[in-house]
Design a protein around this ligand. Structure first.
Ligand code: SF4
Length: 419
């Protein structure tokens, strides 16, 4: 008897691409779509954004791999910012990007007039939190809405029941303590405006108290002897909640992090891709998505990436103190990105953190289980044997066991446990 194909849609996996190298890595590990910013109009002003020539190259590369590209035009614009916007939007359309990501109603309005055929995805910064806002933006012509990060699963589900507009959900990455990232803290402390893409992250600083008649006398505000980081949120991680998000009808699952390293982007995309593929197999075997429980091996892998611990934020209820890292800016991480494989036979590695003979590395393939190995020898590209390789160099690497089947663009991770 033919098995009936279940009527469940596996959402798109949408990854950040802070530069061309990160885009290639995200695509290598299985992103269905990437988002990137040009040199203007894009939040993350310091993300190494794409020049016009790089943007064309990125779109061509992504489309050659059947991956969609969304361009961020998501600053909150002042009048002066609108000059040149028409030309930039026409350029993006000519480049072939698949959609624009916009937060500001003014930019939205201009984009509808200048490039009416180019789909618009509403940024999370537009703070869509209710049915009426969903309908409003749909009527304005938004094809997709990235819902506010302050929504829980029940609210996402209820919005899905009431609207057929595409819904995009943030599933992983850094969180602001401000409302969907609309914040003046950075502007106030450093003159760098978060709403113009230039946040200095002062919410992660350590704070002390000063009584106004005693200038220079700093009173510690302590959780413990290390001080306190009162605004320092843990990072969002909805990995183990993917089955519920699929059941709720999410269309796209977004990973934050255009400023993050290539090791972070590749590592996170790898885990979420493997998880979605595993869930898809369960669904096609007849299990309803809401009944699926991801094995612990997925959680173990995601816990090896990043240094701010994990929170599910508003997913079940309002976050409590558990969602914050009050006593440290970051947690200790026992794994570090080691390098990127640039060629195989022999294994040519672009080094990102120091590697020494005897180090234990994990080769990160597409399967969720890493492949451990030990460095037994290294050479420069000129053939000179070395014992230690520094970041920024390229080396020929020999491991035990040999990494048969290793592929270009894959990552190596250093296991520092026991070092
Ligand atoms: S300062 Fe912190 S809370 Fe404010 S926008 Fe930047 S990251 Fe978000």
């Amino acid at each position: 008897m033919m098995k009936k194909t279940p009527d469940v849609h596996i959402p798109e996996l949408l990854a950040p691409a802070g530069n061309f190298d990160k885009l290639v890595t995200a695509i290598h590990y299985g992103a269905d779509a990437v988002y990137l910013g040009g040199e203007q109009y894009s939040l993350r002003a310091r993300a190494g954004n794409f020049s016009r020539a790089e943007m064309k190259k990125a779109v061509t590369y992504a489309h050659d791999h059947d991956v969609k590209v969304y361009a961020t035009v998501n600053i909150f614009a002042h009048n002066r910012d609108l000059e040149g916007l028409d030309d930039y939007l026409r350029f993006l359309q000519a480049t072939g990007v698949d959609a624009l990501i916009i937060a500001d109603p003014g930019i939205f309005h201009i984009a509808r007039k200048v490039v009416p055929d180019l789909p618009i995805h509403l940024s999370t910064q537009a703070n869509v939190t209710n049915f009426s806002a969903v309908e409003f933006w749909k009527k304005q012509g938004a094809k997709r809405l990235n819902l506010a990060r302050e929504l829980g699963l029940a609210e996402i589900h209820a919005i899905r029941q009431q609207s057929d507009v595409e819904l995009e959900i943030f599933i992983h990455g850094a969180l602001c303590i401000s409302y969907s990232g609309r914040c003046m803290l950075s502007n106030y402390f450093t003159g760098r405006d978060a709403n113009q893409g230039d946040c200095a992250h002062p919410c992660r600083y350590s704070y002390q108290l000063v009584e106004e008649k005693r200038p220079g006398q700093y009173f510690p505000v302590e959780e413990d002897s290390r001080g306190t980081y009162i605004f320092n949120s843990k990072d969002l991680c909805l990995l183990m909640r993917l089955p519920e998000l699929i059941a709720a009808g999410a269309d796209s699952l977004k990973i934050e992090g255009r400023m993050k390293s290539i090791g972070y982007v590749g590592g996170v995309v790898r885990v979420y891709r493997a998880a979605l593929d595993w869930i898809k197999i369960q669904i096609f075997s007849g299990t309803r998505p809401e009944k699926i429980l991801l094995p612990q091996s997925f959680s173990n892998e995601i816990n090896k990436i990043g240094t701010r611990s994990r929170t599910e934020n508003f997913f079940d209820a309002h976050p409590s103190n558990d969602g914050m890292l009050y006593d440290t800016i970051r947690t200790r991480q026992r794994y570090a990105p080691a390098g990127i494989i640039r060629a195989v036979e022999p294994l040519l590695v672009d080094v990102r953190n120091p590697i020494e003979c005897g180090d234990r590395l994990d080769y990160l393939g597409k399967a969720i289980e890493p492949r451990p190995c030990t460095v037994v020898a290294m050479k420069t590209q000129d053939g000179e044997p070395i014992r230690r390789a520094n970041p920024g160099t390229k080396i020929i690497l020999q491991t035990e066991p040999v990494l048969d089947g290793a592929t270009v663009h894959s990552l190596l991770r250093k296991n520092m446990e026991g070092l």
